[in-house]
Each structure stands twice: as structure tokens, then as C-alpha cells.
Design a protein around this ligand. Structure first.
Ligand code: ADP
Ligand code: MG
Length: 721
């Protein structure tokens, strides 16, 4: 531990930061992306046009364009120094996976040629049988394949150890089952486009453009010195501390939040930004977060599929650049007990290129009608599928955060802000005939009162908050892919927009003059049935837990409580109706996420035992020995002295031993009827027993002589930079 501290204080930065005086921003941004611009310059006109039709208008791809595109891609990549190409995919582990192939192939005459054609571009075959599939791939057909996602650009990754071309792909079983995070997102995007355009057409606003969903994920993370990281097996293996007493100074003073960024961190951030600019990731903001050692990076929002790939790149880049700066980046949702955890606020909107965000309140009565209808559809979706929304953010890590009075509670509700909530209230209460007389807002007739955009009173305790022209889903974990949340949101919204369209059509029967009255009626109906999901108060307060229960809102506190929602009847119907995920695919996902949860807790509990037995107990006993020696010496010298420290340590050593034995005993059980039962057992039995061990160990940290304590303390990890 002392060596770690010495190494940190002697650290010298080695990386030269990016500087726009020497390198112009336009030279950097997207320089490693096989972008539309590059393709336009390199591809025959017809091929480029055909590609754009698929990319921008969602038309089916003409397979003959793959050959010329592959040729151009190869030429471009090799000129940039690439030796290999890799199909990048996003398995259900939430990580980014790569399979590398060399461009070089022997030509059979002792030489070699660079080989990469349309066939190799379109389809790859990773030996990926060890990725989780939840029983979707029988072993004899264990190989899934990767399919080119041409909607996102290929790019070059430069590494000190080599440069390679990355091709974004979907990962699918031979029978066409989705084995990854991307495939259902692409399907959900199709669903929201179709339902979105139908909805817009009711208002005369379908102009042939696609309706897309957008995501602006704000990524939180912790940075610490690598010397501390390596001195903490819990951080290395689990990404979070399993032990560690609360520091004398934590985040109470709030002096880190938006404070000056430490120099070393700044040079790290500059390099992260440079790397991400090259990859065309539009990172925009950076600042300190609430906890010491915690930071945030946010890009400008982009269309969902691209934003999702980019968020994966952000996570990978944060980790790799941190290494180069002698630091470790933690993406875990709760690395330090008692200190704020990390989340990923997912800013979500639906838009078209001509209308912008459909969540922007309009200035005219006609615009207000469409805005209120889509917002009502959102309220309905979030209420109807609140358990689904909770389940897609469920993970062992996120359980430490949700409901810990720093992140939104596990209860899914919607914040609309006072003004908008009042409008929906009025619509709900207003009887149609009397509204005019009562001076209430009439949908499609009156203009909306001005709504504060991004107002200062932004409620940070709500899991799903309206922020002026978008919603912010705040329950996503920092370590999670944002794909799952968007798959759920887009599919829920497709269903809800279709519902609204159906109901409106039932009333108007094609008569446009009845549209505003129909909207008013439909919104009123939605508010009566689903309006109880709207909550503008303090989500951290105990009162909300009680109030939410009274309103009948689910409160799924843990991952094993939340995951089964994924395979409930209405959710399966929803996903099958929109061809986003089949019942089989949903069941496989639910199983995989349970397995991941169980595996996580299993690893953590094993490590708790190991660290307690081999690191903490020996330190405590060494100190106990020292104290006993002193006591014996004093006695021999005829000094009569009390030995309270010795009694305290002896007592704690005994307690630690007992708590370890208790945990080990619980860990023996293996005969579970199902993975669900195992997960429940891990939540209710193993996690509390781990905490019992930790409680004694953390007390010991305050008793044992500092020079004997082996693990870097919270204070050291969080404050030494
Ligand atoms: P704050 O911390 O105040 O919530 P940030 O600036 O850190 O705000 O992040 C806001 C995120 O929301 C950014 O990624 C931004 O691009 C994104 N965003 C802004 N408008 C929209 C929109 N219409 N749809 C989706 N995301 C949006
Ligand atoms: Mg923010």
C-alpha cells in the first residue's frame, strides 16, 4: 500500500494533449471514419446512391453493392495503415466483442494478396460459441454469424500495437435469432418508424421522412490511480470495493462537483476526446461529478443505433486511455459504498429531419395537439410497461444504485414539470362540453402556455423526466449498454402511438374536423387510466414509497424481482407484435441476465471470503500479536496497564472469523430448482452475509495499526491523484 502511494506521488505525465492550434478540429474529427463523405468520393455514383437509399430511407439493401464498397473500404483502411479487419459486435454481456482477420491471404504462389470482398464484408463467422445464447444455439450449430450493419459507418482503430478496420455488425444465430444488443435495436427502430409515421400522418405531418429515435447518453465514471487499483483485488476482479471504511471526508462538502478538473485528469480527458473525435464521436461536455474521483462525459445526441455504438466506443476508450495515463477507469455502478454511484442518463427523443424533436412543444394549436398526443402516448407507455422499463436496467451493479437516494428509486414514474402536469390535469378533469366555459386548455384549439425549457428546478429524483424537448431516462447503469433501454422504449412507444392512432381514427372516421375533439378525448382517457404514473415530487422521500404503493405502481427493488417482467405475457405480446423479439429470444435473454447476476454475486462472494481470510484476517492477527507482545512485555516489566485495544481486536478477530464461516456455509448450497430461485437466494442470503463480513472488516480498518493495514483506503483511492 505504501509503495502504491509513493508510485502515485512520483507520477509524471507522458502524453501530449491535443491542441487545436497545431491540429485543426476539422482535420481530426471523423478522420478515422469511413464516412459518407469518404464513400461519396470513393464509390461509383450509383453504388453510393443505392447505399444512401438503404441508409437514410430504410430501403432494402441491394446485395451487389457490397463488392464495390468492400473494395473501397479495404483500399481506404490499408492506406490508413490497417493490417486487419474485424467484425465488431455487441453480445449480451454488454461488452464490445471483436474478431480479427488479416487482410493478407497467400496467393498460392509463394506471395500474398490483400483479400477482403463483399462476401466477407456482409457476413462474418466468429468462433463465438462461448458467448451467452440462453439455449438459442444448440452446440452442433453453435456458431452464430455477424451481419454487416451498414447504417453505422466502419472505422479504423489505431493502437500502439496495430491498426485495424472495424465493421459494425449484428450477431445472429444460424436460425436468425438475435444473440446481441444491436439486432433488436434495429428491429425496434423499424417499429418506431412505422408507427411514428402513421401517427404523424393523422396530423398531416408524415412527409415521407423516417421517424427515428435519438439518444444522448451522459456517461459517468470514476478514475483512480492504477497502483491503487492493482492493490485492491476487489476492484480488479469485481470493479467495486467489497471492503473499505467510510472516509473522514467523503463527498459531504460537495467541493468536487463542477470544481476545477485535476491536471492529470484533464490530460486524460483531452486524450479521450482526441481519440473519440477521430472516431467521429461528438463528445461535447466534460466535468467533475458529485463524488470525489467521479467524472462525466457526454456526446451530442445522435440517432439511436449510432449513439449506441458510440457509447460503447466511449466506454472502451475511457478504459484504454486511462491505462496510458497510469489510471484505471471504473464504470461500475457503485464502486464505493457510501459514495455516489455512476449512472448513464439516457436522453431520449423521437424526431424527423424536418420536424425535429416530436417532444418539442409547438407554438400553434395544431402543433400543441401533436405534442400533447405523443406525450400522452409516452405517459401511457411508461405506465403500462413500467415493469419492462425497470427490467431492462436490472443488473447486480445497478441494484446498489437504484433506490439508494442518489439515483432514482426502483419505482418507475414520470416527471412532467409543474406547467405540463397542470395542462394534462386540466385535460383529464375537463368535460368536453364545459371546457371552453371553464377556461381550460383545449387540445388543438388553444396554444400552449410557455413551458420552461430545461428550467432550473429540474427534478433529479425522477427516473423518467421531461426536460423541455426530450425525456431523460435516468435509471440506466453506467456499465450497461444503452441498447436495451432503447429497444424497450421504441417498442413501447410504437405500441402506444398505434393505440392513440387507433383510438383517434375510431372517433374521426377520417373526418379531419373532428381531430382536435378526438385528441382531447383520447388524451383524457389515457390520463384517467395511466395518469397516476405522473409524479413531480421528491422521488427520494419515504413518503413517495408509500404513495407509489397506494397508487399501485410496482416497486421492484432487486434484479431477481425485476427480470421476470421481461417474459410476462403482455411484454411477450408487445415484442412479438412488433417483431422486435420473439418469445424464445425473450426467454433466452431473461435466462442469460439471471445467469449473469448469479455469476456476479458468486464471484463477489468468493472474493469476499478470499480477501477476508488472506488479507484482512492476517493483518488483524499480526496486530493482535503485536498488542499481545506489548501486554506480555509490560507485565514482565511489572507495569500494570489496561489493554483495551487488545480486547477490542481479539473480539473483532473472533467476529470476523465467525462471519466468514457463516458466509461460506451459505455459499455451499447448489441444489436450486431454477436460476430464478438461485438469484433470489443470492439476493436474500448471500449479499447480506457478505455485508456482515464487510462490517467487521471495516471496523477493523479503524482499529489496526495503519502500517499493517494492507488495502488502500477510500481516502487514498479517492483523493490522491
Ligand atoms: P444535463 O447534465 O444538464 O442533463 P448534458 O449537457 O450533460 O445535460 O447532456 C444532455 C444530453 O442530452 C446531451 O447528450 C444532449 O445532446 C442530449 N440531448 C439534447 N437534446 C436532445 C434531444 N432532442 N433528444 C435526445 N437527446 C438530446
Ligand atoms: Mg448531466
Amino acid at each position: 500500500r505504501q509503495t502504491a502511494i509513493a508510485a502515485v506521488t512520483n507520477y509524471q505525465p507522458t502524453v501530449k494533449p491535443l491542441n487545436f492550434a497545431e491540429t485543426s478540429p476539422t482535420d481530426v474529427f471523423g478522420s478515422n471514419v469511413f464516412s459518407d463523405k469518404v464513400m461519396k468520393a470513393m464509390l461509383p455514383k450509383e453504388i453510393y446512391k443505392s447505399l444512401m437509399a438503404t441508409k437514410q430511407a430504410g430501403e432494402e439493401m441491394d446485395p451487389t453493392i457490397a463488392g464495390p464498397i468492400a473494395a473501397a473500404m479495404k483500399e481506404w483502411a490499408i492506406a490508413k495503415g490497417a493490417t486487419h479487419y474485424t467484425h465488431v459486435f455487441y453480445p449480451l454481456t454488454g461488452l464490445t466483442a471483436e474478431k480479427h482477420d488479416g487482410f493478407l491471404s497467400p496467393d498460392g504462389q509463394g506471395g500474398a494478396i490483400a483479400e477482403f470482398d463483399g462476401k466477407l464484408l456482409i457476413q462474418g463467422e466468429p468462433d463465438a460459441s462461448s458467448f451467452p445464447s440462453g439455449g438459442l444455439r444448440a452446440t452442433f450449430e453453435a456458431r452464430g454469424y455477424t451481419a454487416w450493419d451498414l447504417t453505422n459507418p466502419a472505422y479504423i482503430l489505431e493502437n500502439p500495437n496495430g491498426t485495424f478496420l472495424c465493421i459494425p455488425t449484428a450477431f445472429i444465430s444460424w436460425k436468425g435469432h438475435a444473440l446481441d444488443k444491436k439486432t433488436p435495436l434495429l428491429r425496434a427502430n423499424q417499429a418506431i418508424n412505422k408507427a411514428g409515421r402513421r401517427f404523424l400522418s393523422l396530423f398531416g405531418n408524415d412527409d415521407g421522412n423516417m421517424v427515428v429515435s435519438n439518444a444522448g447518453p451522459e456517461q459517468e465514471y470514476f478514475l483512480l490511480d492504477r497502483n491503487f487499483y492493482f492493490a485492491r483485488p476487489d476492484l480488479m476482479v469485481c470493479g467495486r470495493t467489497l471492503f473499505g471504511a467510510k472516509p473522514a471526508k467523503g463527498q459531504e462538502l460537495d467541493d468536487h462537483y463542477f470544481g476545477a478538473i485535476p491536471r492529470r485528469v484533464l490530460s486524460f480527458m483531452l486524450e479521450v476526446e482526441r481519440e473519440l473525435y477521430k472516431l467521429g464521436v461528438p463528445v461535447k461536455t466534460r466535468h467533475n461529478e458529485v463524488a470525489p474521483g467521479q467524472f462525466e462525459i457526454a456526446p451530442l445526441y445522435e440517432q439511436s443505433n449510432l449513439a449506441t455504438d458510440h457509447n460503447q466506443m466511449i466506454m472502451t476508450t475511457l478504459k484504454s486511455v486511462a491505462k496510458r495515463h497510469g489510471m484505471a477507469c471504473l464504470l461500475h455502478e457503485k464502486p464505493f459504498a457510501g459514495i455516489n454511484g455512476s449512472g448513464k442518463h439516457l436522453n431520449y427523443s423521437l424526431s424527423t429531419p424536418t420536424q425535429g424533436s416530436l417532444y418539442s412543444p409547438g407554438d400553434t394549436p395544431a402543433e400543441n395537439m401533436q405534442f400533447l398526443a405523443i406525450t400522452a402516448a409516452t405517459i401511457r407507455a411508461v405506465e403500462k410497461y413500467s415493469k419492462l422499463l425497470r427490467s431492462v436496467v436490472a443488473s447486480a451493479g445497478n441494484d446498489h444504485r437504484l433506490g439508494a437516494n442518489e439515483a432514482p428509486p426502483a419505482i418507475i414514474s414520470i416527471f412532467l414539470g409543474g406547467e405540463l402536469a397542470e395542462i394534462f390535469n386540466q385535460i383529464e378533469l375537463g368535460d368536453l362540453k364545459g371546457t371552453e366555459a371553464k377556461g381550460m386548455l383545449r387540445v388543438g384549439v388553444d396554444t400552449l402556455p410557455p413551458l420552461p425549457m430545461d428550467s432550473g428546478d429540474r427534478n433529479r429524483t425522477s427516473p423518467f423526466a421531461f426536460t423541455g424537448n426530450r425525456f431523460e431516462f435516468r435509471a440506466v447503469g453506467s456499465d450497461q449498454s444503452i441498447a436495451g433501454a432503447q429497444v424497450a422504449l421504441n417498442t413501447m412507444m410504437a405500441e402506444s402511438l398505434d393505440f392513440v392512432a387507433d383510438e383517434i381514427e375510431k372517433i374521426t372516421k377520417g373526418d379531419a374536423s373532428k381531430l382536435s375533439a378526438a385528441c382531447q378525448k383520447v388524451i383524457q382517457g389515457i390520463m384517467k387510466k395511466h395518469g397516476h404514473v405522473v409524479f413531480n415530487g421528491d422521488g427520494y422521500a419515504d413518503a413517495w414509497q408509500k404513495e407509489a404503493a397506494k397508487r399501485g405502481l410496482p416497486n421492484l427493488k432487486t434484479t431477481p424481482d425485476a427480470l421476470p417482467a421481461m417474459i410476462e405475457k403482455d411484454v411477450i405480446e408487445l415484442f412479438e407484435k412488433y417483431s422486435v423479439l420473439s418469445a424464445d429470444e425473450l426467454h433466452s435473454r431473461c435466462e442469460i441476465y439471471h445467469e449473469q447476476y448469479n455469476q456476479h454475486i458468486q464471484t463477489e462472494s468468493q472474493l469476499v471470503v478470499k480477501i477476508a481470510k488472506t488479507i484482512i484476517l492476517p493483518a488483524a492477527m499480526r496486530y493482535q500479536g503485536e498488542l499481545a507482545g506489548t501486554a506480555a512485555n509490560l507485565k514482565a516489566a511489572g507495569v500494570k496497564a489496561e489493554t483495551p485495544a487488545l480486547s477490542a481486536i481479539t473480539d473483532l478477530v473472533g467476529k470476523l472469523d465467525k462471519s466468514i464461516v457463516a458466509l461460506e456455509k451459505l455459499m455451499i448450497k447448489e441444489d436450486f430448482k431454477s436460476i430464478e430461485e438461485e438469484a433470489q437466494y443470492k439476493t436474500s442470503k448471500i449479499l447480506p452475509a457478505m455485508l456482515d463480513v464487510r462490517a467487521v472488516a471495516d471496523t477493523l480498518e479503524g482499529e489496526v495499526a495503519d502500517d499493517l493495514w494492507p488495502l488502500p483506503s477510500y481516502q487514498e483511492i479517492l483523493f490522491i491523484k
